[in-house]
Design a protein around this ligand. Sequence first.
Ligand SMILES: Cc1cc2nc3c(=O)[nH]c(=O)nc-3n(C[C@H](O)[C@H](O)[C@H](O)COP(=O)(O)O)c2cc1C
Length: 165
Amino acid sequence: MKHAVVYTSQTGNTAQLADAIAAALPAGSCGYCGTPNPEAAAAEVIFAGFWTDKGSCDAAMAAFLAGLCDKPVFLFGTAGFGGDPAYFAQILERVAANLGPGCRVVGQYMCQGKMPMAVRARYAAMAQQEPEKFQPMLDNFDRALAHPDEADLAGAAAAVLACLP
Ligand SMILES: Cc1cc2nc3c(=O)[nH]c(=O)nc-3n(C[C@H](O)[C@H](O)[C@H](O)COP(=O)(O)O)c2cc1C
């Protein structure tokens, strides 16, 4: 198997990127697109996608990445907080630190992803108490609602195509 797209997604944002990436790969080259699975680790190149959990990838993806050995890996993910490339770079660095021996990152892509409405209700309540701190979080939440959008999905596909030989 030449390519595998392996991802975790609780609410569907990262799954959207994964589907866009699988569709962008050369026809017939993607032998697996789904959740972490040891069989997928046999692919020549792994496209590993994660949802951001407390500043890094979730535990299931961390375990999958740690089990890879000598693989080229393209990392992609979604995060609730967007708009700051340095924030994404920091997350990607933490995620890459999980990779097993001999693996190398051949490309990466992140975009913002919407969060559950329950989170907005929490921010709204807190913004009543501490507006300076929580109004920006509320504003970020509302910006995230539109993501991933078509431009995010196209960006993921373009980043993948740019890293293929
Ligand atoms: C428990 C939990 C922790 C999260 N931690 C972060 C975080 O540290 N930074 C961030 O930007 N977003 C964080 N998020 C937001 C998600 O990463 C974001 O909504 C992502 O797009 C969800 O992807 P999914 O739909 O593929 O599950 C968190 C969400 C949850 C539920």
